[in-house]
Write a protein that binds this ligand. Structure first.
Ligand SMILES: Cc1cc2nc3c(=O)[nH]c(=O)nc-3n(C[C@H](O)[C@H](O)[C@H](O)COP(=O)(O)OP(=O)(O)OC[C@H]3O[C@@H](n4cnc5c(N)ncnc54)[C@H](O)[C@@H]3O)c2cc1C
Length: 395
C-alpha cells in the first residue's frame, strides 16, 4: 500500500511538496484553511511575479539564525532555478528574464500558472480539502500520525503515515497565512522564533517640510547602507517613511540597528563632488545642488538639514552619507515576507522535525529569509520538494 502523506498548507511550498510526494508514489491529501489554495501566491502575482532568478550566487541570498552551512547549496542543487523554469514551461507557462536576473512568467501573473498546476496535481491523484484549519497533531499506532482539523462539518482527525506542514509566514493574513500555527508548534515543544516583518517599508517621522514637498516622490539611483550591507536602486518617500526594494534588501541589518545612510550620488566619489564645486570662500547650497546634479527629492531631504551643510566638505559628506534614524518596520500584515518560524536546530537534513519523526516542514514557516527577486518562491519550491519527497519515502 502506498504511503499516505498529508500536506497542510496550499501555498507554493505545500503544492510543491504535494507534487513531489505524489511523484514518489504517495497518496497525497492536501489541506488548507481557506476556501481555495495559493492565495498569497496570487497576491504575489499582482505586481509581476518573480518566480526565480538567474543570479549565480543564489545560495548566499538566504540567511537565518542557526541555518546549517551548505543547506541552501544542497537544496538548490536538488531543485535549481533552471528546474523551476523548466517546471513552469512544462505547465505551458513560458518565462523570461528581466532586470536584475528576475525570472517572470510571460504573462507576469500567477493565476494561469496556479490553475494549470492544480489541474495537474489533481491528475496526479492529489486530493484537496479546503476549509480545513489544522489545529494540532497527536501520535497514532506504530509510526502513524493523527492531524486535527476544524472543518466545515466540525472537528475531525485525519491519519497519515507522514505529513508536511507548509503553513507560511505571518504577512498578508487575509490570504490565510496568519502565523497562528506558531503557538501550536511551540506548545508541542518545537523551538520557534517569533514572526517579524521582512522585505518591508520602514517608518520615520519626517519633518513637516519633507512631507509637504517629497511625499510620494522617488529617490532614484541611490545607495542605501546599514551596518556592513548596502543596496543600490530606488526608494520612495512615503507619509510614514521609506518604501522600496533598496530598503527591503538591507532589512536584516536595520533590524539590528535601524539607521539607514543614503548616498544620493553613488556614481560620484567624494572627491568628484568636491571638484564640481568652486573653491569659493562662500558656500552656496543651491549652487552646489546644480553643480552636483542633485535630484529633487534628495534636495528636499538635504534642505531639511541645511544648517549642517556650511561648506563644500560638509555638503559632499552629506550627499554621500545622509543618515536617517528609522523607528520601526511597517506592520507584519503589510510585509512581503516574514522572518522567524521553526528553528533550524529542530530539523534534520530532510526538513523533518527531529522530535516528531514523520512530520516535515517547508516554505516560509522555516526560519530563513531572502530578498525579493524570486528567491522567496524558489526557496519555497526547494524546501517543498525536499520535504515532500522525504515524506513519501518515510518508513
Ligand atoms: C505582495 C507580495 C508580493 C510577493 N511577490 C513575490 C515575488 O514576486 N517573488 C517571490 O519569490 N515571492 C514573492 N512574495 C512572497 C511569496 O508569495 C511567499 O514567500 C510564498 O507565498 C510563501 O509560500 P509558502 O507556501 O511558504 O506559504 P503561503 O503561500 O503563505 O501559504 C501558506 C498556506 O497555509 C495555509 N494555512 C495557514 N495556516 C493554516 C492552518 N492552521 N491550517 C490549514 N492551512 C493553513 C494558508 O491558508 C496558505 O494557503 C510576495 C508576497 C507578497 C505578500
Amino acid at each position: 500500500m502506498s504511503t499516505k502523506v498529508c500536506v497542510v498548507g496550499g501555498g507554493p511550498a505545500g503544492l510543491r511538496a504535494a507534487e513531489a510526494a505524489a511523484a514518489a508514489g504517495a497518496a497525497v491529501w492536501l489541506f488548507d484553511s481557506m476556501p481555495s489554495v495559493g492565495r498569497k501566491f496570487l497576491v504575489a502575482g499582482r505586481g509581476g511575479l518573480n518566480i526565480t532568478n538567474t543570479n549565480k550566487c543564489f545560495a548566499e541570498k538566504y540567511t537565518g539564525p542557526g541555518m546549517p552551512a551548505e543547506i541552501w547549496r544542497s537544496l538548490l542543487g536538488d531543485f535549481p532555478p533552471e528546474s523551476l523554469r523548466a517546471w513552469a514551461e512544462d505547465l505551458g507557462i513560458k518565462t523570461f528574464s528581466g532586470s536584475g536576473g528576475r525570472i517572470y512568467p510571460q504573462e507576469m501573473k500567477s493565476a494561469p500558472l496556479l490553475r494549470r498546476w492544480i489541474t495537474r496535481l489533481r491528475a496526479q491523484g492529489v486530493r484537496f480539502f479546503p476549509r480545513h484549519r489544522w489545529t494540532g497533531w497527536h501520535a497514532g499506532c506504530g509510526r502513524r500520525w493523527w492531524l486535527d482539523f476544524l472543518a466545515p462539518a466540525g472537528e475531525t482527525a485525519i491519519d497519515a503515515d507522514a505529513a508536511v506542514f507548509a503553513l507560511g509566514g505571518g504577512s498578508w493574513p487575509v490570504t490565510g497565512s496568519d502565523g497562528s500555527w506558531l503557538e501550536k508548534f511551540a506548545s508541542s515543544g518545537v523551538a520557534v522564533r517569533p514572526l517579524a516583518p521582512a522585505n518591508c517599508g520602514w517608518e520615520t517621522a519626517w519633518p513637516e517640510d519633507v512631507l509637504r514637498r517629497a511625499e510620494g516622490m522617488p529617490l532614484k539611483n541611490i545607495r542605501a547602507r546599514a551596518g556592513a550591507t548596502s543596496a543600490d536602486g530606488e526608494l520612495l518617500v512615503t507619509s510614514y517613511g521609506l518604501e522600496g526594494g533598496v530598503i527591503y534588501q538591507i532589512g536584516p541589518a536595520l533590524r539590528t540597528d535601524p539607521v539607514v545612510s543614503l548616498d544620493f550620488k553613488p556614481s560620484f566619489s567624494f572627491d568628484t563632488l568636491m571638484a564640481r564645486m568652486p573653491a569659493a570662500e562662500k558656500f552656496h547650497l543651491h549652487e552646489a545642488f546644480e553643480r552636483c546634479r542633485i535630484q529633487e527629492t534628495a534636495r528636499v531631504l538635504l534642505l531639511s538639514r541645511s544648517s549642517q551643510w556650511t561648506s563644500r566638505e560638509t555638503f559632499a559628506a552629506g550627499v554621500k552619507g545622509f543618515p536617517i534614524r528609522l523607528e520601526r518596520p511597517r506592520p507584519l500584515a503589510e510585509a512581503i515576507s516574514s522572518v522567524g518560524g521553526v528553528c533550524w536546530s529542530e530539523l534534520d537534513h530532510s526538513l523533518m522535525l527531529r522530535k516528531f519523526p514523520g512530520l516535515f516542514v517547508a516554505g516560509e514557516m522555516v526560519d530563513w529569509e531572502a530578498p525579493t527577486g524570486g528567491y522567496l518562491i524558489q526557496g519555497c519550491f526547494c524546501t517543498g520538494a525536499r520535504a515532500g519527497a522525504a515524506a513519501a519515502n518515510f518508513k
